[in-house]
Ligand binder design. Structure first.
Ligand code: FAD
Length: 389
């Protein structure tokens, strides 16, 4: 693997850097788990789209730049280095779009892809249910065929849907064939969150913001044109997005490099001998993750598919993120409690720390990832309780 960039790649990175220098808001946007913050982040999506930096790896036809994997990682590195806002459109762009490209009809692609690149339609992921998180195939929300109207009728409940309180549309799995085995008989639907029969109920978080919602479906009609993939094929369709979430797409190394650099700056500002090891470990972890990502990029370019090793990646980045933020909180001491004016980094460390606590849970819990690593990579026997990865 050669880590030297070509002149074109250097030029690409320089162009990204310059645009970000000119456009990243000088003051951080309010949390996107608040109404005002959500709106501000939506506006940022439009700014990104204006500069054609919203979806660099997409075809030009849909507002992208046809960037390859190397350019995409370079973009992400620059994005995080510049301290640019978190992407409020990421559910659509990172989770839904790849399957729209793969399984969507031309009409669905036309209708939905462009509108998610500039924040005009923001999507919520409606997969989890009270009894189906890690064991997603256990979902019980139903879809009933309605031939007369040419569509389906949804009933049931979803939970932990990020920012569904303010999002425009949702995508999710429903059991369309109650007789079929667990993974079969599921269908993937797209629906507006203000459809008749849908109730979105906010869930308050530890800090009082409502970054999550429960979604209740009471005889919600979805026309056939909003079925994604074939009826009954929802599991296969959904798994093409799960791979994305756990693998390369959401957790570009730039994010951890930037956090490790901020931790180092924090340490320089408040030198603390006891934290030196933790700061160095965080730095090494972020560098190791960067190199591992480049190795994966190189392997993918040579035709390798990211399989179960995506689980190693997931466990590593989530634990690294936690370690960086715990270390920062120890350095800050009581100051970590402060928010708003006078707080270090506007209180961002505490906010990011709370989010880092969720890393080992979302995108597949780390316990389940470890089962996958044990069984599929190490060839260890299934756990004594018979639970499957
Ligand atoms: C920040 C965040 C954002 C999220 N956003 C969304 C979203 O937008 N849309 C959405 O649909 N969902 C979302 N989720 C939900 C997330 O996908 C689920 O929380 C996750 O799948 C775990 O499911 P669960 O909470 O039902 O826990 P459970 O599946 O009930 O697990 C509870 C515990 O048991 C462990 N466990 C379960 N099965 C096994 C096993 N076989 N072996 C060993 N241990 C096991 C788990 O690891 C966990 O520690 C989000 C969650 C978080 C934290």
């Amino acid at each position: 693997m050669n880590l030297d960039l070509t002149p074109q790649q250097q030029q690409f990175a320089a162009e990204v850097r310059q645009w970000l220098e000119e456009n990243v808001p000088a003051t951080p946007l309010p949390s996107m788990d608040t109404e005002a913050g959500f709106a501000a982040h939506r506006e940022w999506e439009a700014t990104l789209a204006d500069g054609r930096w919203s979806v660099v790896s997409w075809p030009e036809q849909y507002g992208g730049r046809d960037a390859d994997l190397v350019e995409w990682v370079l973009f992400e590195e620059e994005y995080y280095r510049a301290g640019a806002p978190t992407r409020v459109a990421q559910n659509g762009i990172s989770l839904l779009a790849p399957i729209l490209f793969q399984h969507g009809t031309p009409q669905q692609q036309e209708r939905y892809l462009r509108s998610m690149t500039d924040g005009s339609l923001i999507w919520a992921q409606a997969w989890s249910e009270p009894g189906a998180g890690s064991d997603l195939a256990a979902i019980r929300s139903t879809a009933r065929r309605d031939d007369a109207r040419g569509g389906w009728v949804l009933n049931g409940q979803k939970i932990w849907s990020s920012r569904a309180v303010w999002a425009d549309r949702g995508f999710g799995l429903f059991r369309s064939d109650p007789e079929a085995q667990r993974h079969r008989g599921l269908t993937y639907y797209l629906f507006p969150l203000d459809a008749e029969g849908i109730t979105v109920r906010p869930i308050a978080q530890l800090d009082g913001t409502t970054g999550f919602a429960e979604i209740f479906f009471d005889d919600v009609f979805v026309p056939d044109e909003d079925v994604l993939g074939a009826p009954g094929d929802g599991w296969r369709v959904a798994m093409s997005t799960a791979g994305n979430e756990r693998g390369l797409s959401l957790r570009a190394p730039g994010r951890f490099l930037a956090a490790a650099q901020r931790l180092l700056d924090l340490h320089d500002a408040r030198p603390d001998v006891r934290e030196v090891d933790a700061v160095v470990d965080a730095w090494i972890g972020a560098e190791a993750y960067r190199l591992f990502t480049w190795q994966t990029v190189s392997a993918v370019q040579q035709g390798h598919e990211v399989g179960a090793e995506g689980s190693i990646n997931k466990v590593f980045w989530s634990e690294l993120d936690l370690q960086i933020h715990e270390s920062a909180l120890r350095l800050l001491g009581a100051d970590a409690e402060l928010r708003g004016a006078g707080a270090v980094d506007d209180g961002r460390w505490a906010e990011d720390y709370l989010f880092s606590l969720a890393g080992p849970i979302y995108a597949g819990t780390n316990e389940v990832q470890r089962n996958i690593i044990a069984e599929r990579i190490l060839g260890l026997p299934r756990g004594a309780d018979g639970r499957r990865a």
